[in-house]
Ligand binder design. Structure first.
Ligand code: PMM
Length: 282
């Protein structure tokens, strides 16, 4: 899944794709680099970011989704708003990627059920302006699994079919630094919920910290663009761990990494059939 942030303030690509034209062009670039899905978002979830009004979010994402979908691309909309999700599906999006897992908008479950779209349900505890204060866990892996399990049950109560849902540990969301590594190392705990898993590690702060230079008081985190090689390494490891997709800003390196992982796995294992069940749309 390649990322098109149609925002002026995304932390990782600095608003480079902030216009419909540029967003569409970048979407095609990502597809050309091997992305299977283009994820279009109009609201930054950068730590500390403030919300944009719904009308502005719609004005950013709908034209880009329409153009990419009309050209045959599989498009996902990155939104926490049910109204934006519905309009995006009407414009051709086939996936709804909700970083709040339905918690930001009580109407989301019903919208997902009605559209029949694939729904990425990410682990989330609060909006970007407060999330850093919410990272209190007894056991981050068990807590994230249990909270996602609760979201899955709530979605089903709203009429969403389990087969529509993909789960996501929400790296970097109410999780700083070393809290992210156990979630990656224990993707099996999320797979135990019986749904496919998407991993979004691309260019995130915990990678900047891992790759930091200097020591003592002068430690400099690696810049977002200097995190792409580490992102590709995670893509390979996530693929080996059975992830359904990785959400990345630089598609080519991760596409190659995933191909390496697939060749490696195919050479070492007996074919075992479907691992998590199909992700199905209506
Ligand atoms: N991360 C961001 C935005 N959307 N969606 C999913 N499903 N998973 C993520 O980890 C995720 C996401 C934040 O990163 P960005 O601002 O660089 O897009």
């Amino acid at each position: 899944m390649g990322v098109v942030n149609v925002t002026p303030d995304s932390f990782s690509d600095g608003g480079e794709w902030f216009s419909s034209e540029a967003g569409v062009r970048h979407g095609f670039e990502l597809l050309g680099e091997g992305a299977d899905i283009v994820d279009v978002g109009g609201e930054s979830t950068r730590p500390g970011a403030v919300r944009v009004p719904e009308a502005q979010e719609l004005a950013r994402v709908i034209p880009v989704i329409e153009r990419l979908a009309a050209a045959g691309a599989v498009v996902s909309v990155d939104t926490t708003r049910a109204s934006v999700a519905e309009r995006a599906v009407a414009a051709g999006a086939r996936l709804i990627n909700d970083v709040s897992g339905g918690l930001a908008d009580p109407s989301m479950g019903r919208a997902v059920a009605e559209t029949g779209a694939v729904y990425v349900c990410m682990h989330w505890r609060g909006h970007a302006d407060v999330m850093d204060s919410l990272e209190v866990y007894d056991d981050v892996v068990a807590d994230v699994r249990d909270e996602l399990g609760a979201r899955l049950a709530a979605l089903e109560a709203d009429g969403v079919r389990r087969e529509q849902v993909v789960l996501d540990p929400g790296l970097g969301f109410a999780k700083s630094g070393d809290l992210n590594w156990p979630l990656l190392a224990r993707l099996d705990a999320l797979h135990a919920l019986g749904r496919p898993v998407l991993v979004g590690a691309s260019r995130k702060r915990f990678l900047g910290r891992l790759l930091a230079t200097g020591n003592g008081d002068v430690v400099e985190p690696a810049r977002p663009l200097a995190r792409d090689e580490a992102t590709a390494a995670i893509s390979a490891l996530a693929a080996v761990s059975g992830a359904w997709a990785v959400r990345v800003h630089a598609a080519r390196a991760s596409h190659d990494a995933v191909r390496v992982a697939a060749a490696w796995a195919a050479a070492g294992e007996e074919p075992s059939g479907e691992k998590d069940g199909e992700v199905g749309t209506a």
